[in-house]
Design a protein around this ligand. Structure first.
Ligand code: P1T
Length: 379
């Protein structure tokens, strides 16, 4: 089955009770048993729920995995991955990443004795020098949030395999429409399904997808034991979102290109970060591992002017100033004070997250309206 068919049918069966084409929302916490253990495969909704299971099958299908797991948020999904580790274990992570992931790693899991190395992975060879006998996991975001760095998944997977280390890829920005990390050698894919997967800014959810049964079993154990699952209503919404992922992503990419090119030509803009530009440092890798370049863009005003950046985000009308990304509507954000405020200033400035940086999640509205909105705000 090709991707555009998988988004609609992948892993889905018609409802066995009445043939409903969409999976019913099984809004139940528990299931009747005829005798202890005598049930139809469902005993308690933290463990299994038919609507969530339909979604988990869809996740596995679109990422070319064998097993999918749904969580109550992206961070809950990452939390489950980190619970594969033991005190003394080490993780090598991209140095540019979502501020909440950084906060989870440094403020929760470092306290449990796990050591994190935050490394610039734009050259995958940089990773190897941080590998020790205790390294258990490489954590990659690509494109990174918010600097749009591109990490070579295939090259990183080769390093991970050589040292018998797990490779996890946060595929939130690209989605499987643009990039399929399991096909490139990653062991695990993670999503903040809150974003493009859901696609309509109406739910908070996380996903993990793997190929290996032993790894899936460990993660299912953690999912049930820790219990950070999503409910059936949100599972239904995410399933509905997935059905249009391919058409939405195509428009996000087209609009993203138009906006990136407009900003790059603007005299009041210093620098635009978008992997589709030929002079992006890893444009060739982006071209090789992604089918297009996505709808996420960051930019800095001329002269690194913080006041000007704030003025622009306040003045934008169609681009709503808000946390999050990946919905049909365009959003703007100020990473230094919003999504990445939990990263100390000197750390975030090392990766380019300066106070004058603006991040755009380009939606699927009319391209001309989006450009006009930027024009009136930037001036
Ligand atoms: O918000 P949540 O569903 O828990 O997902 C966390 C997360 C994980 N990974 C990436 C790459 C993310 O971008 C996020 C959440 N990001 C935002 C809310 C944001 O505006 O960047």
């Amino acid at each position: 089955m090709k991707f555009n068919t998988k988004t609609i049918h992948g892993g889905q069966k018609h409802d066995p009770a009445y043939g409903a084409v969409m999976p019913p929302i099984y809004q139940t916490s528990t299931y009747a048993q005829t005798t202890p253990g005598g049930h139809k495969g469902f005993e308690y909704s933290r463990t299994h729920n038919p609507t969530r299971q339909a979604l988990e099958h869809a996740f596995a299908s679109i990422e070319n995995g064998n097993y999918g797991l749904a969580f109550g948020s992206g961070l809950a999904a990452i939390d489950a991955v980190m619970k594969l580790l033991q005190p003394g274990d080490e993780v090598i992570s991209t140095n540019d990443l979502y501020g909440g992931s950084y906060r989870l790693f440094t403020k929760i899991f470092e306290g449990f004795g796990i050591k994190f190395h935050f490394v610039g992975m734009e050259n995958a060879a940089n990773i190897e020098q941080y590998i020790t006998k205790n390294t258990k996991l490489i954590w990659v975001e690509t494109p990174t949030n918010p600097m749009m760095n591109i990490i070579d998944i295939k090259a990183t997977a080769a390093i991970a395999k050589k040292h018998r280390v797990l490779l996890a890829v946060d595929n939130t920005f690209a989605t499987p429409y643009l990039q399929q990390p399991l096909n490139l050698g990653a062991d695990l894919v993670m999503h903040s399904a809150t974003k493009y997967i859901g696609g309509h800014s109406d739910l908070v959810m996380g996903a993990l997808i793997v190929k290996d049964k032993a790894l899936a079993d460990r993660l299912y154990f953690i999912q049930n034991a820790s219990g950070a699952v999503c409910g059936p209503q949100d599972s239904f919404l995410a399933l509905r979102g997935i059905k249009t992922l391919h058409v939405r992503m195509q428009r996000h990419c087209e609009n993203g290109k138009a906006v990136a090119e407009y900003l790059a030509d603007h005299p009041k803009i210093e620098k635009v970060y978008w992997p589709g530009f030929e002079d992006h440092p890893n444009h060739d890798i982006a071209k090789a591992q992604m089918s297009y370049f996505g709808g996420m863009i960051s930019f800095v005003t001329k002269g690194n002017d913080y006041d000007e950046a704030i003025r622009i985000v306040e003045k934008l009308k169609i681009f709503t100033l808000a946390e999050s990304l990946g919905g049909v509507e365009s959003l703007s954000g100020h990473p230094a004070s919003m999504t990445h405020a939990s990263i100390p200033k000197e750390e975030r400035e090392k990766t380019g997250v300066v106070d004058a940086l603006i991040r755009l999640s380009v939606g699927i509205e009319d391209e001309e309206d989006l450009i006009n909105d930027l024009e009136q705000a930037i001036g």
